[in-house]
Write a protein that binds this ligand. Structure first.
Ligand code: ZN
Length: 86
C-alpha cells in the first residue's frame, strides 16, 4: 500500500476526533460567559465542577446550577481562565 497521507495526517485526524469527543476544555476555576443570561441578569458563571456535568455558580446572585456538559457547551460564549499558567 502507498502511504499517501503519511503519519502526520493520521495523527492530526486522531487529534480532531479526540477533540470532538471530549468537547471544550472547561476546568474548575474558569469563568464562563454564557449566551443565555441567568434570570438575575448576570451571564458570568464560576465553574465549581467539571466532568459529565458542570456545576456552575452565578456571579450575579450566587445561585448554583448543575448542567449536562452537552447542554452547557452550546451555551458558552467565552471561557476565561484567571491563572493562565496554573
Ligand atoms: Zn444569577
Amino acid at each position: 500500500m502507498i502511504d499517501i497521507f503519511g503519519k502526520g495526517w493520521y495523527n492530526m485526524l486522531l487529534v480532531l476526533i479526540l477533540k470532538g469527543a471530549t468537547g471544550m476544555d472547561v476546568r474548575v476555576g474558569d469563568v464562563l460567559t454564557m449566551k443565555k443570561k441567568h434570570p438575575c441578569g448576570a451571564c458570568e458563571f464560576d465553574v465549581l465542577r467539571s466532568g459529565m456535568d458542570f456545576k456552575l455558580k452565578c456571579r450575579g446572585c450566587g445561585h448554583e446550577v448543575m448542567l449536562p456538559r452537552s447542554k452547557a457547551e452550546k451555551n458558552i460564549r467565552k471561557i476565561t481562565r484567571p491563572e493562565a499558567d496554573a
